[in-house]
Design a protein around this ligand. Structure first.
Ligand SMILES: [Cu+2]
Length: 179
């Protein structure tokens, strides 16, 4: 077995005005949020602080099986109480399988406004059956996160959201590439 490490992150989630003058919901002032990049079997610990006025949040770790930690799956009122404004909640779970995953807010409005990011679980070379078939130096790898960019902030928006259509692709936070 590889040695197990504890990989700790702090996410401060709050409304932020981006360069275009639009309000987004950022994690540590970033959209997408910080990348989580760990090795298989590491313990991922994320302290989430909710600074979005009047909004509850929860984060879902998409692709993580949560075997033994179902209460870390991020579904408010099902697996946890939602994280209220001004509160903190600490997620802790094992990166049980390798892969390129992502995390996102439970709420679609929060996702659309920027609460998402990469979650990459690396497999140590000795466990990779195809290690001889490719170059294992992954220092030059890049992660692309593609999202829909909406013309207005959806968080707290009480209009019929099905009428609000995306206007651009957001690629790693940049919306000018693919308008
Ligand atoms: Cu998901």
């Amino acid at each position: 077995m590889s040695s197990r490490e504890k990989c700790e992150y702090k996410f401060r989630i709050q409304p932020t005005v981006n360069d275009d003058g639009k309000t987004v919901i950022s994690i540590n002032d970033m959209v997408p949020g910080p990348s989580i990049n760990v090795c298989m079997n590491d313990i991922i610990v994320v302290e989430v602080e909710n600074r979005i006025p009047d909004q509850d949040i929860a984060l879902h770790w998409h692709g993580v099986e949560q075997k033994g930690t179902p209460f870390m799956d991020g579904v408010p009122m099902v697996t946890q109480c939602p994280i209220g404004f001004g509160s903190k909640y600490k997620y802790a779970f094992r990166a049980s399988k390798p892969g390129t995953f992502f995390y996102h807010a439970d709420s679609v409005q929060h996702q659309s406004d920027g609460i998402f990011g990469a979650l990459i679980v690396n497999q140590p070379a000795p466990f990779e059956p195809h290690v001889d078939l490719y170059h294992y130096d992954r220092s030059e790898e890049h992660t692309l996160i593609i999202a829909a960019d909406f013309p207005e902030t959806l968080t707290g928006n009480l209009e019929d959201l099905s009428e609000i259509k995306p206007v651009a692709l957001n690629i790693n936070g940049d919306t000018d590439i693919a308008k």
